[in-house]
Design a protein around this ligand. Structure first.
Ligand code: NAD
Length: 442
């Protein structure tokens, strides 16, 4: 099929590459000329495992191309995807300006029937607004062209996005048009071969499904952080509690890790946006409020532990391992590491930081500063520092040489914001240990 995708970010680029991989003719559009220039030059602007070879091979095969030309994009497609950002507006609701700008562009250039598929995470009712925006442009041009608007929320995870896209656990299609559903069933058939993954529903339910999924996952994290805070005060270890509850299949082991709070481009903004939607419809979502409040407090937890240990942090030097909001990505949107960095700097501390993928992003966000040194490996980050803080659970951090860490630090102490280490193992190596909810209250 001939596919056009508006937006070449995490969702658009991965979707484009995966649809090209199964034989479609894909054109990816963006308004960011810098991003397009990098993509044209064969450079991938984001880090996502497996994405670079997929993009390279499909470009070479002539199935994947990039453009900034909306008219060309609309003329190219039988199916048009909208995969642009929906960042939080000032009041926490989703900013739909990019989505509606794409809708207007489609209406401005459409000359033959098309199915418009919205993959961006958008509040309930957005498909109607997209439909109206396209129709208004067509009316202005005085032309009549058939089109349908479908909701097809995206569930890929950054860090495993290519795998999620090639092997999705479900494909939600929200539409009441038999023709549009048939078209998407055909498009997704290569990803739906060994068992049925497609769930067809009405548009509004599909739009809400995405928010419900992210709100549920965020709730699990905040719930475990709440338990961790109780565990800390009563002298229990949340890691043992986690294993104890996860063994119940109704609860399960997934997504029940306590830590320094959730970040990223989705959970914070989507929980907030769902909260706004509920209020706009006259309902106060008390559970969502609590999920957000617990997370906001949790993002300050490692800093509290550090203050508790050291007292004043002025003039202290810290090694920080992990800047990305989670492993296998360079994304630092709403990362807990940023809350920590900013609090440490406000306290007058210096940070020597290391991350396998997010150093360039850190430099882009914070620029050159006297109180931040970006290091080229984990060991140089430790040089001349008082303590080590771990904020992202990269695999490479799982089993470090604790004796070497101890000898590098002036105060042998590790603050483990992701509960990566066994306190006893760290302590046997001669280091003090602080984790999240591990029976130590300060
Ligand atoms: P992103 O910020 O990485 O990329 C969005 C891209 O859209 C940018 O390159 C931007 O330049 C481009 N863009 C903006 N306006 C445009 C226009 N008018 N025409 C063409 N391109 C335009 O965003 P993302 O992380 O890929 O997220 C996209 C959407 O998918 C959001 O709604 C997000 O909530 C949702 N989502 C994201 C993830 C994720 O893990 N990142 C997962 C599921 C769903």
């Amino acid at each position: 099929m001939r596919i056009t995708i508006f937006g070449t970010g995490y969702v658009g680029l991965v979707t484009g590459a995966c649809l090209a991989e199964v034989g479609n003719d894909v054109l990816c559009l963006d308004v960011d000329a810098g991003k397009l220039a990098r993509l044209e030059a064969g450079d991938i602007p984001i880090f996502e495992p497996g994405l670079a070879p997929l993009v390279r091979e499909n470009r070479q095969a002539g199935r994947l191309a990039f453009s900034g030309d909306a008219a060309r994009g609309v003329a190219h497609a039988e199916v048009i995807f909208i995969a642009v950002g929906t960042p939080p507006d000032e009041d926490g609701s989703a900013d739909l300006s990019h989505v509606l700008a794409v809708a207007r562009s489609i209406g401005a250039h459409l000359t033959r029937p098309v199915v418009v598929v919205n993959k961006s995470t958008v509040p309930v009712g957005t498909a109607d607004r997209v439909r109206k925006a396209i129709a208004a442009e067509l009316a202005t041009r005085g032309v009549v062209v058939a089109f349908e608007v479908v909701s097809n929320p995206e569930f890929l995870k950054e860090g495993d996005a290519v795998n999620d896209c090639l092997r999705p656990d479900r494909i939600v299609i929200g539409s009441d048009s038999e023709h549009a559903v048939a078209q998407l069933r055909r498009l997704y058939a290569p990803f739906n071969r060994n068992h049925e993954r497609i769930v067809v529903m009405d548009v509004r339910s599909a739009e809400l499904t995405k928010y419900a999924a992210n709100a549920m996952l965020a709730t699990k994290i905040s719930f475990m952080n709440e338990m961790a805070n109780i565990a800390e005060r009563v002298g229990a270890d949340i890691e043992q509690v986690r294993r104890g509850i996860g063994s119940d299949p109704r609860i399960g082991y997934h997504f029940i890790y306590a830590g320094a709070g959730y970040g990223g481009s989705c959970f914070p903004k989507d929980v907030n946006a769902l909260d706004r939607t509920a209020r706009e419809h006259g309902y106060r979502p008390r559970l969502l409020e609590a999920v957000e409040a617990v997370n906001a407090a949790q993002k300050g937890r490692v800093h509290e532990l550090m203050r508790g240990h050291f007292g004043s942090l002025r003039g202290r030097r810290f090694a920080l391992w992990g800047l990305a909001f989670k492993p296998n990505t360079d994304d630092m949107r709403e990362a807990a590491s940023r809350t920590l960095l900013e609090r440490l700097w406000a306290d007058g501390a210096l940070v020597r930081a290391w991350d396998p993928e997010a150093l360039a992003e850190t430099r882009r966000i914070y620029g050159e500063r006297d109180d931040l040194v970006l290091c080229t490996d984990p060991w140089s980050a430790l040089e001349g520092t008082d303590a080590l803080v771990v904020m992202t659970e990269w695999k490479a951090f799982r089993s470090p040489d604790f004796a070497r860490i101890r000898s590098a630090l002036s105060e042998p102490v590790i603050f483990d914001g992701r509960n990566m280490y066994e306190p006893q193992v760290v302590e046997e190596a001669g280091l003090a240990y602080y984790g999240i909810g591990r029976g130590r209250s300060v």
